[in-house]
Design a binder for this molecule. Structure first.
Ligand SMILES: Nc1nc2c(ncn2[C@@H]2O[C@H](COP(=O)(O)OP(=O)(O)OP(=O)(O)O)[C@@H](O)[C@H]2O)c(=O)[nH]1
Ligand SMILES: [Zn+2]
Length: 341
């Protein structure tokens, strides 16, 4: 970074993105610094350094290392954030740009403080889909964990997808049956199989993959993103460190089929995240993910949590298939209290 650019951008006020500037000086002579800010996507965070990909212009896809500009203060910048950066955006080795603005987030996937992490955090911003990876065997599927991931997805406004791996070891029918009443979509896969059925679910969106250790998540990611392999990915070029020992959340581009560059979607791998703290989840927000059940609760007493045993809960009116749905919804509600990881 040249001394000129340091002086220039230090006085920059990122707030001016959000409010019209009060002083309307002619802009021809001294262009405001933020006109130079370029859009980028945060793909990983490591000790205060943000790895971003330029998201516009002829150098789109260039890997940039950036830090937060001071005026952003303690506001978190997370993987998936759309940001504006200034300074040295060349991506040259050793260069450091500055994030001056974080765009409004479409979705936020959070985890509450719990035994494994004392701080509530946003894990990923702007993701559309939560892919819950579970092995059909070895390790045995744990529906309680799947339930908790579903709660996190619905609460975040993300669509859940159940991805059942190791189909060579067990039949998926039972597990699929458990999630049918909720209308959860699923795909079944196994090592060595063409991952096309999984891939087609990822095209055009940003998908966060979560799963317990050993379920085959890395095997799947490597099949989907062949040359970005977990240990040699784009991020390595910047950090110079092996990714395979890291537990950082990492967003990988899903390469367009047939080579030639281009990105068909984004996969966010979450090696360090085995569970979600769900204490922040509000039942009235969760039920909005199920409009038919939400309608039933219109006449619930004030403060009704819709759990089984609540007096006069509208969900008790459900019959037939919808009653199955209510039972499943209540199971999800109860999973918030579970201490299982
Ligand atoms: N039988 C069988 N084994 C598989 C399959 N997919 C992965 N495995 C094996 O399961 C083990 C765990 O796979 P990984 O891909 O490392 O699992 P992971 O979910 O990334 O686990 P962590 O690295 O602990 O997060 C490895 O020994 C894989 O070879 C499959 O479809 N069938
Ligand atoms: Zn109720």
């Amino acid at each position: 970074m040249t001394p000129r650019s340091v002086g220039r951008y230090d006085s920059h006020d990122p707030e001016s993105y959000e409010r019209p500037r009060r002083h309307t000086r002619p802009r021809t002579k001294e262009r405001p610094a933020y006109d130079d800010a370029v859009p980028a996507i945060v793909v990983t965070v490591d000790r205060g350094r943000f790895t971003c990909l330029l998201d516009d212009g002829p150098d789109k896809g260039t890997v940039i290392t950036a830090m937060k500009a001071r005026p952003l203060g303690r506001k978190a910048v997370v993987v998936g954030d759309r940001v504006r950066i200034v300074g040295d955006t060349s991506g040259a080795e050793g260069s450091l740009a500055r994030i001056v603005l974080v765009d409004e987030r479409r979705t936020v996937l959070r985890r509450t403080a719990d035994d494994t992490d004392p701080v509530e955090r946003v894990i990923v911003a702007n993701a559309d889909q939560l892919v819950i990876v579970a092995a059909l065997a070895d390790p045995e599927p744990r529906p309680r964990l799947i339930d908790r991931a579903l709660v996190a997805a619905y609460d975040a406004g993300m669509e859940p997808l159940l991805c059942l791996t190791k189909a060579d070891l067990a039949d998926p029918a039972t597990l699929i049956g458990i999630y049918r009443p909720l209308g959860v979509e699923h795909v079944v896969t196994q090592r060595g199989a063409d991952p096309a059925n999984v891939r087609e679910r990822l095209v055009g969106r940003t998908s966060v993959l979560v799963g317990h250790s050993g379920v085959g998540k890395s095997t799947l990611v490597n099949a989907l993103v062949p040359d970005a392999g977990r240990s040699t990915g784009v991020v390595n070029a910047v950090t110079g460190r092996g990714r395979h020992t890291s537990t950082n959340v990492l967003m990988l581009p899903l390469p367009r089929e047939g080579g030639g560059g281009g990105v068909d979607g984004w996969i966010v791998d979450t090696p360090g995240i085995r569970s979600f703290g769900l204490a922040h989840v509000d039942p009235d927000h969760l039920i909005e993910a199920f409009p038919d059940l939400h309608d039933l609760t219109a006449a619930c007493p004030r403060g009704c949590t819709h759990a089984s045993g609540e007096p006069e809960c509208g969900l008790d009116e459900a019959t037939g298939d919808q009653a199955d749905r209510v039972a499943s919804f209540r199971r999800l509600l109860a999973s918030r209290e579970s201490s299982e990881y």
